[in-house]
Design a protein around this ligand. Sequence first.
Ligand code: 13P
Ligand code: ZN
Length: 269
Amino acid sequence: MKSILDNRPALGKEINQVAEVAGYLWQKGWAERNGGNIVVNITDLIDDEIKQWAPISDVVPIGTTLPYLKGCYFYCKGTNMRMRDLARWPMENGSVIRIQDDCASYVIIADAPVKPTSELPSHLCMHNHLLNKGSSYKASLHTHPIDLIAMTHHQPFLQKDVLTNLLWSMIPETKAFCPRGLGIIPYALPSSVALAEATIVELEEYDVVMWEKHGVCAVGEDIMAAFDQVDVLSKSAQIYINARSMGFMPDGMSQEQMKEMTVAFNLPK
Ligand code: 13P
Ligand code: ZN
């Protein structure tokens, strides 16, 4: 079968990285059934030939208008598709879409008419926000890490930056590799535009945000970078949970040690 990846090594490399990360999400236990989704802005990898391709779907409304996405191309995980399947067959479990000139709808252009993830409004709002800010970030990830979701079932952890400071203090690298911390978004209906709008408010301040009692959303230069930020936060959550299950409250790094880290690694806050 003809694929958009044929004779396009740069695009192939990008989609291979998506497949690699999808495999990690499954191995980590963060991707039960169809849980989680990935959207990558591949506009820079789209050549003139692809731009001529006819749509293979109807025009589908996004549910909101996103002016910075006009004519952009995205690889999207398909709705109801499994990460563990996407890891092996990315173009059968996802598709490439083009945003229409009205900035409010899209068409699928390759390889097969696989309907994009139900969280498309949130992902596209995040990409619109990134482009508006002139960011070079190309990837957005939503996943269901057990440890981090469990922590959002406890009200005191939902206060601003309580989890950020707790997780940063578990191991020095967490602050170094997730320097903007973890934003918290109160529970909202999955796939809703309300959830999407709340997400981009928090992205002003954070690269990784928690959807209360649901999952994590992260953005990054590429999908591996987005995954890495969630992975370091999850590692910290594991250290906290392990200490608690050994029967003690972990000390955490001291304020002085945190300050020393911030200066030594030239971190923003
Ligand atoms: P999709 O299968 O539509 O991508 O949904 C998975 C999910 O995690 C919804 O929040
Ligand atoms: Zn989800």
